[in-house]
Design a protein around this ligand. Sequence first.
Ligand SMILES: Nc1ncnc2c1ncn2[C@@H]1O[C@H](COP(=O)(O)OP(=O)(O)O)[C@@H](O)[C@H]1O
Ligand SMILES: O=c1ccn([C@@H]2O[C@H](COP(=O)(O)OP(=O)(O)O)[C@@H](O)[C@H]2O)c(=O)[nH]1
Length: 240
Amino acid sequence: MADAPRYKRILLKASGEALMGQKAFGIDQDICKRLAEDVRTVWEQGVSVGIVIGGGNIFRGVQVANTGGDRVTGDHMGMLATVMNALALRTALRQAGVDCVVLSALAMEEICDSFTQRSTMAHLEAGRVVIFAAGTGNPFFTTDTAAALRAAEIGADVLLKATQVDGIYSADPQKNPDAERFDVISHENVLARGLRVMDTAAVAVARDSHIPIIVYSLLQEGGLAGVLSGEGRHTLVPAD
Ligand SMILES: Nc1ncnc2c1ncn2[C@@H]1O[C@H](COP(=O)(O)OP(=O)(O)O)[C@@H](O)[C@H]1O
Ligand SMILES: O=c1ccn([C@@H]2O[C@H](COP(=O)(O)OP(=O)(O)O)[C@@H](O)[C@H]2O)c(=O)[nH]1
């Protein structure tokens, strides 16, 4: 049994690719279920949870731009992909018994409520997990930046990035087997070294709002609860 969580309110960013698991496209339901179970464990410990979900497992706007298409339309498609993932995660969370709601940065009232900071705070204070869909609602941004932004807006104590690697390395560990892993690294160093585990804009927003970042693997033993109690393998970017 993990120790008590060190954080009262968290913002968890789960990338679309992490939801894909070993599949080439789309959502691996087992991973989705696992993420939901992980969230349930910390939610039952009383942690207030916001989740920003990516869309890269389905669509990225840059794919359109790279083939000569319109970037803004592509980014709209990417944001719609995040809504699909948010609905899948809501289903998995509800099946796990977690009270949760999806709030979208783009209005789509037949599907879910729209994001406002006010309604978000009310949901969190009522003990609901809030899943933020459609990123920031703006093209040319990413869900990493949306995660840092929402973390600042909800007053999160930490921004967690659940991904496919177990921390921040000196280079992409999926391409460089010799890359070295950091236990702790500053926001400044992540930016200065150009470490691409998270967007620079996201790291800068977290730095300026004095929010620590934790990067960990979605598949790691002990899950989110372990990371929040300081036991699980992860890299910490401490608040300044
Ligand atoms: N310095 C680094 N340390 C850790 N991971 C890195 C680094 N540089 C690049 N990466 C890659 O970034 C990925 C994390 O981003 P990812 O989960 O794909 O999120 P996103 O889709 O939001 O970019 C990791 O799977 C890893 O392969
Ligand atoms: O604020 C945002 C967030 C996302 N996107 C689009 O949505 C796609 C999916 O998001 P992201 O790449 O961040 O997902 P992840 O890599 O986390 O799966 C991006 O490629 C963008 O096209 C966007 O336009 N604005």
